[in-house]
Structure formats: C-alpha cells, structure tokens
Design a protein around this ligand. Structure first.
Ligand SMILES: Cc1ncc(COP(=O)(O)O)c(C=O)c1O
Ligand SMILES: [Zn+2]
Length: 417
C-alpha cells in the first residue's frame, strides 16, 4: 500500500471493540460472539514514517490524515472541505480564571457541525462498497450532514428524526436533496431496520463503524495546533460516539509515540440527561437506559450512551461533569461575547470547564480544550432567547436614534471596556 513520500498507510480491519474478534463479513452488524459494537482497528507496523512531521503540512481536510483512516484504495474520497477547524484561546477564561482554555470550533465545518467528519468517511466507504444511499437516525445535526455528504457522493439519503426536531433541520436536509422523516423517538431504530434491509441502503447510525474514525482527526488537529496533548479534554456526550472517536485519535498518537499522555476525557452532559454518573460510581461497565430525559440541549437528548465511554473516562483518569439548563444558556451567551454562536449542546463543555475552574479543579499549568460541536444558526427558534440585545426599529429620519444610543450605553463608548 504505497503512499506519499514513501510512507505506508496503516492497514485497517474491522473487529469487535469489546472482545476483539475480527468481523470479516458484515461490517455493519454487532459482534457475532458477544453482541458488542464493531470498530475499525489499524496495524501500526505498516504506518512507517508517521513521525512528528506527519501532523504538519497535510492537505486541509480530514483526508490529510488518510494514512490513519479507513480510506479505500484506488477510489476517490468524498469531501466538502470538512475538518481543519480553528482552535481558539479563550481570552475571557484566561482573564477571569487565569487558565488556558481553548475552543475547538467545529461550527466551522461545511454543515456547521463535527458530524461532517463522520459523514465524509461514512459516505466514502458506502460509495466504495457500492451502496446507493445513506440511511440513519438523528437528533438534528447528524441528519443534515448525512444529506449533504450523500449529495456530495452522488447517493440518496433518508434520515429519521424525533418529533420535536426543529423544522430547520428537516428543511436543511431537504435542501441537500435528502429525505427527512419524523416519527416517535423509539420508532426510529426499527423503521431504520426496514429501510436498511432493502438493497442499496447503508446505515449511518451508531452501528456504522467507519464514520466515527473521522472524529479521530479532531485529536490530530488539536495536537498539531497546540504542539502537545492538552491535560483536559471536554466533550459533550449524547450517544458517546464523538468522545469515543476523539479518544481513538489520541490513542493512535500515543501508540505511534507522537504524544506522551492522553488527555483526561471529561464527558459533559446536561443534568437532565446524565446517564453516566450512576454507572461510573457503581463501577459498572454498562450504561443503563434512563427514562424521561430532558434538556434544552436537544442534540444530546439520548436515553443511554455507548458503554465504551465509561472505559474511556476510567482509562484516561477523566470524569463526568453535569451542568444545569441555566448554566448552559449562560455559557452560550458568554461564548457569544467571544464571537462564537454555538448551539446549547455544544456549549456544555464550556459550561463544564468553567464549573471546574470555579471549583479550583483545574490547576494553572493544565491546559484544556473544549469541543464546540455545532452552530446556533441552525436553531433559529433559540436566537431570540439568547440574543443579548433587542433589535432597534428606526424611522428613516432616525428620530429614535439618540434615545436608543443613550439607553443602550452606546452614546459615548470611549470609557467602555
Ligand atoms: C451538537 C452536538 N453536540 C454533541 C453531540 C453528541 O455526540 P454523540 O452523540 O456522538 O455523543 C451531538 C450529537 O448529535 C450534537 O449534534
Ligand atoms: Zn465481541
């Protein structure tokens, strides 16, 4: 498998993430032996030449890191320019808490969320395997991204959404030519099976082992941009795929000797959907299903999570931090004051990092990265609630202008800081 500059691409294969048995026939099933989730694994001994320089100077999409992705040989990859998102230092957190906190701004992806990294890989593999369509379940962002990448790959798409999904997500999927369908929360999984059993449809839900590999590139970019692995990583957790994928990326870099430690992974959840605290405290390896989950952070409103998240938290010395609804909304506004408009689910890490700063649980020499997963602009219903200033209505002659400027404290801004 020859590669650029004499390097060789790591050979990949699919195996059970729990018992390690290789899955040779159906990559989209569960493990035939233990029922566990399947994952892509790599033979690093093939990845000759992946040293510190490998992280730098790559092409500016996730495919710059194709040596460590399940990339098909000989067929083109699907891309809309996903990845290579900005890593921004928070001046506000530095000023108020004297801590180094960075935002990884995933809103800068083609459909304004981290999901594009998943769907770029999933669509590439699906097309390479001869599938004609992508079908999945979503709480919003996943489906919009599936529709866009299906379009980019020349494939059809159908996505099943729960009842209270903001219509903007349904219509955005439609703009890309994808078919949105709304149904009951619990009906989504069984209806997906009915679509998948027809020929030509590839599943892009949690049972697709390929898409999650795209999330590894978040870890690669963080280490590339910081020059080291941060001590703490804050990730919002719904199904748990994102945190699992990022952890896999750090684990690759550790296995290849490019970093000396893996960050402590902090799983961030709204208190109303916290499914991790109980099994963590109980020392359990399974995440139970919780009924009646509720949060304004719709995208993470999942009644359970992948059990691998418990293992990742334990292995990395991480923890769960839960935040209240009020804290989520406040964190969204504070990010607005740094020039970032992120949706509630994606500001949970920012809220969690601030909680730990306030509690003195991050020391001065520790650096943190928070993953801001998706843009607020896709949920226009929330904009009035989060807007910090009411719009002015001005007559053409501007009679009201002086009063408005005074009332808003904008008449003389020389003393403002
Ligand atoms: C904006 C946003 N943040 C976080 C998540 C959580 O990701 P995961 O379900 O992989 O844990 C999602 C998932 O839908 C999301 O849309
Ligand atoms: Zn197994």
């Amino acid at each position: 498998v020859a590669n650029r500059g004499g390097m060789r691409r790591a050979t990949w294969f699919v195996r059970c993430a729990t018992c390690g048995i290789s899955a040779e026939h159906d990559y989209f099933a569960v493990c035939v032996s233990c029922g566990g989730a399947l994952e892509v694994a790599y033979d690093y001994s093939d990845a000759l030449g992946i040293g510190p320089a490998w992280l730098q100077g790559r092409p500016h999409t996730i495919w710059g890191y194709s040596d460590l992705l399940p990339t098909p040989l000989g067929s083109p990859t699907v891309s809309l320019g996903e990845g290579d998102t900005p890593l921004l230092r928070s001046h506000r957190v530095a000023a108020s808490h004297h801590r180094e906190v960075h935002w990884k701004n995933e809103c800068a992806n083609p459909t304004w969320s981290h999901k594009d990294r998943f769907q770029a890989v999933a669509a590439t593999i699906a097309r390479d395997m001869g599938f004609r369509g992508l079908a999945g379940t979503s709480t919003g962002n996943h489906g919009v991204s599936a529709a866009a990448y299906a379009a980019a790959a020349g494939l059809e798409s159908i996505v099943l959404y729960p009842p209270d999904t903001p219509v903007s997500f349904l219509h955005l999927a439609g703009v890309y030519g994808g078919q949105a369908a709304v149904t009951a929360w619990d009906a989504r999984a069984s209806l997906l099976e009915r679509i998948i059993e027809r020929p030509g449809w590839c599943r892009v839900d949690g049972r697709n082992p390929f898409g999650i590999e795209g999330y590894k590139t978040i870890a690669y970019e963080i280490v590339r941009d910081l020059g080291f692995a941060p001590q703490l990583l804050f990730v919002p957790v719904g199904s748990g795929k994102l945190i699992t994928g990022i952890w896999k990326g750090f684990d690759d870099l550790r296995a290849l000797g490019l970093i000396d430690h893996v960050p402590r992974h902090v799983a961030c959840q709204a208190a109303g959907v916290d499914v991790l605290s109980v099994p963590l405290q109980a020392g359990s390896t399974e995440v139970p299903t919780r009924s009646g989950v509720y949060t304004v952070a719709l995208s993470t409103r999942e009644p359970t999570a992948d059990s691998r998240v418990l293992d990742i938290i334990r292995r990395t010395g991480g923890r769960v931090v839960t935040v209240s609804e009020g804290r989520i909304m406040k964190a969204a506004q504070r990010l607005g004051n740094e020039g970032l408009a992120a949706e509630p689910a994606s500001v949970i890490p920012a809220a969690a990092a601030e909680l730990m700063c306030e509690a003195g649980e991050i020391s001065e020499d520790e650096s943190s990265v928070c993953i801001l997963t998706s843009s607020l602009t896709k949920t226009p219903d929330l904009l009035p609630e989060l807007s910090q200033r009411r719009p002015w209505r001005l007559s053409v002659n501007g009679d009201e202008l002086e009063d408005y400027l005074l009332a808003a404290g904008l008449a003389d801004i020389r003393g403002n800081s």
